[in-house]
Design a protein around this ligand. Sequence first.
Ligand code: ADP
Ligand code: ASP
Ligand code: MG
Length: 457
Amino acid sequence: MIVMKFGGTSVQDAKAIERAGDIVKGRLPQKPVVVVSAMAKVTDQLLAMARAAGSGDRKTALNLSRALRERHYNTAGELLGTALFTEFHGDLGVYFEALDELLRGIAAVGELTPRTTDHVAAFGEILSSRIVTAAFSAQGLDATMVDSRECVVTDNEHTRAAPLMEETNQRLRAKVQPALDKGRVPVMGGFIGATKAGITTTIGRGGSDYSAAIVGSGLGAERIEIWTDVDGMMTTDPNLCPDARRIKVISFDEAAELAYFGAKVLHPATVLPAIQKNIPVYVLNSRNPGCEGTRISARVPHGKNFFKAIAAKKRITIIDVAAPRMLLAHGFLRAIFEAFDRHRVAVDVVSTSEVSVSLTVDSNESIPALAADLAKLADVKYEGRKAIVCLVGENLRETPGIAARVFGELSDVKIRMISQGASEINLTFVIEEDEVPQVIRRLHKTFFSDLDPDVFA
Ligand code: ADP
Ligand code: ASP
Ligand code: MG
């Protein structure tokens, strides 16, 4: 079997859903399980409604919900035609009544918890998987919806829950495999799951890719296909740099580094289940299905270029902890990291000197409290609006002098931190956020102008 995951833009309207149906039809002999995201922008809108309701603004929340209802009805109407839609209309209506009920409840209490946030956010994938299943059936596919909340079992870390693989695999075998065995096409919502007790959870923004990998690993897929709106993984974000080129093949390790440092074409957690079972992942374009996309797998040719790609991750804050009093004191770093742990803030890049430690974190609302806590240990400063730039490639391992080339190229740019990871396949540095576009374009021009045709398209 294979897993085919369609992202938000690939199910954003009736035309996109029909295209997805055609692509699935072409893969029937390979026994596809389809995983879908919410229609494009829907998760953002649901979260906006939840926040409005949480602040007591019931009217805004319900207005946003009405717009969402119309969009889903219109799409379903276009896909199904009058007769089928009349039947289906009531099914969809039940979900929107439940959503409005929930929003009214949140507004009445005036408090939005992570658990309630997940309940609201989950409607995106619940609705899209219902509509896509009905549309595929109308297109002649033997599609059947499988509720992901009955298959993907997670812990209770709401809004970023982690899957419990053993339970999940058992459920997948019990609920999805039988449909496949009957020759049917199971359709599941990505991003959502439920705790053992059945409480709805979500696995983090952009998590439908991860859902695809969870399903693929649980059912022993031959391949996992991530269908999106670009031709594959590119040498950099094509929105930042129009010269970006398609990477034909990339290793699991390289793809994981890129995803982690900002290439949102793939959710960072996607690669792990695939690595564990050695399942190749393909990134493909649902608007250009003839293009061969990017293959991500264990062994790939390195090619002659230094790097495979550049990624940038914005909205980063640098935290500087200076510690003259604790100079060389044993346990100082531990105390610092314990503070990050208590505030549940993840650190990306670290650099230390004898008297200070600099760390980067995603900008977020826990930072002031964390800084106050750290200030008990040492002098603390923090500064937002930074970005991490990351150059990735297996060839970094073997080639001396690359860092000199990179920073020589950027001699006029203020570099705040530098790190070359232990994986030896990434070179990472921190700059001002507003410098990202020009830095990426310059590096791209220097390092990606003359590309090895074995690796790049
Ligand atoms: P989906 O909704 O299908 O999950 P996403 O918006 O999450 O799609 O990811 C696709 C987007 O990722 C592209 O439109 C592109 O702007 C962005 N992107 C960032 N870095 C890269 C990269 N290196 N290669 C391809 N796309 C990238
Ligand atoms: N719909 C979810 C999001 O927007 C998950 C996904 O699309 O991958 O974050
Ligand atoms: Mg995505």
